[in-house]
Design a protein around this ligand. Sequence first.
Ligand code: DAH
Length: 341
Amino acid sequence: MKEQLELILKQGLEEISSASCKDELESARIKYLGKKGELTAVLKMMGKLDASERPAMGQLANEVRAALENAIESASVKLAEAALIQQLKDEALDVTIPGKAAIVGHKHPMYVALDELKEIFIGMGFTILDGPEIELATNNFDRLNAEEGHPSRDWSDTFYFDEDSRVMLRSQTSPMQVRAMDTMELPIRILAPGRVYRKDEVDATHSPMFHQVEGMVIDKNITMADLKGTLNTVVEQLYGKGTKTRFRPHHFPFTEPSCEMDVQCHKCGGVGCPTCKGEGWIELLGAGMIHPRVLEMAGIDTNVYSGWAFGIGLERMAMRRFKIADLRLIFENDVRFLEQF
Ligand code: DAH
């Protein structure tokens, strides 16, 4: 039995010291000290010993147990330390490695143009208004005096959601005029930028989605002179003092009279060049005095109030501002293009 105990001690200590992780150490403990372990098995045979041998063997067995337990205890402390060191190593952060430069984005050129425009109008006391892109035909057409049968209501021009052509993707920001009249107190001064949708094929100057900016003023004694004065001021702030404008008669269902405003070509000063296609003028926006019928449909007393409105194509404005030749570049979000601004 003495040899057996000594063998258990020797093998046990070896196994404990060679355990490379907590699990291996635990299985060594079970193997030697567990209920069905080797030391336990030897102890069970103690009864068969001669009474004279028992005390010495009992003591030896206890010493073996204590030695194994101590060895396990210190091995477990060592393993824990090693695990911690390894963890610290794995998670170590080398603060001397050069950092990666963060790529900082910037405003899209179209939003640069829009923000400039907003700034100017906010300075004149206008409120910026946001509205839904899914709109009722009531607001997009009926309330803007574009009756059934008006060409812009055609299925080939407009994205409708229903058979009855009542719900649609707005084809202009002009329904924001109606929404403002319905919800705001008079007088009203609003600027309403946003996306609009039309069934156009994509090419250098067309996209089924583009942006417009709607402007509207309703107050007492508002005349065409206010419209021209305001727009001239805006144009001078955008393109520089002394920039000339030209108002041409036009037709829109919701304004009377209606006009289009051109800006004298900033490139050639009006002589004619490729930028203005030889015209000397560049078309910038549609505008006019709000049709009395539109005001009346909103319950506004036309004996007291009048107003003007305009609509600008935002992409076109940005393309001119940044000399961008193709509309598609604005939407493709190619970083090589965007980085230039
Ligand atoms: N909504 C018009 C369009 O999409 C643009 C426009 C013209 C808006 C005249 C106006 C306006 O407010 O008065 O072509």
